[in-house]
Design a protein around this ligand. Structure first.
Ligand SMILES: C[S@@+](CC[C@H](N)C(=O)[O-])C[C@H]1O[C@@H](n2cnc3c(N)ncnc32)[C@H](O)[C@@H]1O
Length: 214
């Protein structure tokens, strides 16, 4: 993944953002050393953004689609109110097992539930409602996850969607016509035209869209 702002700006922004702390740093290092596709980690900047969003909204029930190594779930967990919970959905047993190992070492272990298997299937068993939904899994699934999130969203809830700029490949002049790129272009067009919602696309990391009900 290439960042959508110049690399030195990204590094400067990360350097002027509160550090994640030793535990999340270790988790990130272990992810990079042992799991495939470590670029999928949300990392320092976006982790702190998610933490801020959970804190600001006071979200109590959080749904995450795409656990990977647990970095984003743990970033959000540490600012949950005392009765807050996170349901996080992960297709790959290997990723789920890795995340569970780290989550179990924290004080939030009993508040984070990892649902292993296809997100579409898990969502059938999770009626919500949710205060905040973070969508960060397979790009071809985004449209379906978005509808599922809206159906389950509290009236003042927030949907956060990752990778919406896809290293700039969503731009019309890009000649990338892969399925994921097309899916993201269609997804972005659908959200901005959707009269049910208000959205803002942030150029942080690989692009993050915030969506709320109108
Ligand atoms: C970008 S990573 C998530 C990163 C994570 N949110 C973080 O910041 O650390 C995407 C994850 O979604 C998972 N995934 C892909 N397709 C999925 C599906 N259909 N259902 C559930 N999870 C899926 C992948 O296995 C991968 O672990």
């Amino acid at each position: 993944m290439t960042f959508v702002v110049p690399e030195e700006i990204e590094a400067y922004a990360a350097a002027h953002t509160t550090q994640a702390g030793a535990f999340l740093d270790e988790l990130a290092a272990e992810t990079r050393a042992t799991l495939p596709s470590p670029q999928m980690l949300t990392g320092e900047l976006e982790g702190r953004l998610l933490e801020f969003l959970v804190f600001l909204t006071g979200a109590r029930r959080v749904l995450e689609i795409g656990t990977y190594s647990g970095y984003s779930a743990l970033s959000m967990a540490r600012v949950l109110p005392p009765d807050g919970t996170i349901d996080t959905l992960e297709l790959e047993p290997k990723h789920a097992e890795f995340a569970a190992g780290w989550i179990d070492r924290t004080e939030w272990a009993d508040r984070i539930t990892i649902h292993v298997g296809p997100a579409e299937r898990a969502l059938e068993r999770l009626p919500g409602p949710y205060d905040l939904v973070f969508i960060d899994a397979d790009k071809s699934g985004y449209a379906g996850y978005y509808e599922a999130a809206l159906e389950r969203l509290e009236p003042r809830g927030l949907i956060v969607v990752d990778n919406v700029l896809w290293s700039g490949r969503v731009l019309e002049e890009s000649d990338d016509e892969t399925d994921d790129t097309r899916a993201l272009r269609e997804f972005n067009a659908r959200v901005v035209a959707d009269e049910r919602v208000v959205c803002v696309m942030l150029t942080i990391r690989d692009g993050v869209t915030l969506i709320r009900r109108r």
